[in-house]
Design a binder for this molecule. Sequence first.
Ligand code: CP
Length: 347
Amino acid sequence: MVVNLRGRDFISTQEWSREELEAVLKLAFDLKAKQRQRIPHRLLEGRTLYMLFYNSSLRTRNSFQTGIFQLGGQGIYLTPKSVYAPALKGEEIAYKTERISDVARVLSRYGDAIAIRIYGEPVQWIYGKGDRIVREFAHWASIPVINMEDDVYHPNQAMADLMTVMEYKGRLEGKKVVVSWAYSAGVKPVAVPQSAVLIFTRFGADVTLAHPRGLELHPDIIEMAKDNADRYGGSFEISYDMDEAFEGADVVYPKSWGSLEFMPPKVPEVDERGMIDLMNKHKDWITTQEKLDRAKGDVIYLHCLPADRGMEVTDDVIDGPHSVVFDEAENRLHVQKAIMAYVMGGV
Ligand code: CP
């Protein structure tokens, strides 16, 4: 099937059809092979990607910037401090900010796509505000907008996760995939686990989401995951016991995230102390070899990175034979090149 994704925004995998996501994966595998063999694939010669980061990044920034370069284009790194901070209507400060509608339309006159990362402190941990800002850019831009992680979704991570699982396990039907909370002393957004349960249910896996009570994902995401499971022939269940969840797993994806119960709109302002007190009660949610032994003998261990070693996972697991975290990080490059090639008009 021929898909046309030219000009499309990529904000959540849920907004693209299964056929479109499969086309991206096919191209990603092809580009990975070409990159390995040093076969030129300059599909975006002369094109420009603007990358606006409100948060830190190692993988996302470098995989996008390297990726657009390998495709023959250039990536320009922007932060709210290096420009007039893009702001929503009503949140502007004279000569310090610039309304998003203006920023999006100006960049659309110069380049070929805008990619944005925004979650956590830059949006006062108001759940959904980062996603709203990405969508505000998309509304005004006449070039595609790519979500490099907001406070609801991290679609590029999800596509790299899926690509990695397919490399090791083939098709996902009949495979048990466990997306689990893990302990950390820091507060991380929910975008990665939310995007993971959506993509794995979309591709027919039997997904178990595990977390302590109080660390639920957003109810809208749970509904979408259940709907995906019904539609694509897999299953979706929730467990409150990490050990039990790991039993018989083909894939485990344990990572930390913060509690929506302590973030606006559930509370007037973010309560990081309350969140950390809750998380500190669950330091036993660490991935150890003992826990991994409950899974299948050929289980793979995923983590989007950065990992908090000694909290989320022990060194022997993340550096051990079941860990595929560096394949997963590498696949960010290949899958994002495929997404850029499609939406920026390279294929
Ligand atoms: N996984 C991920 O998005 O990593 P960075 O925060 O380093 O971009």
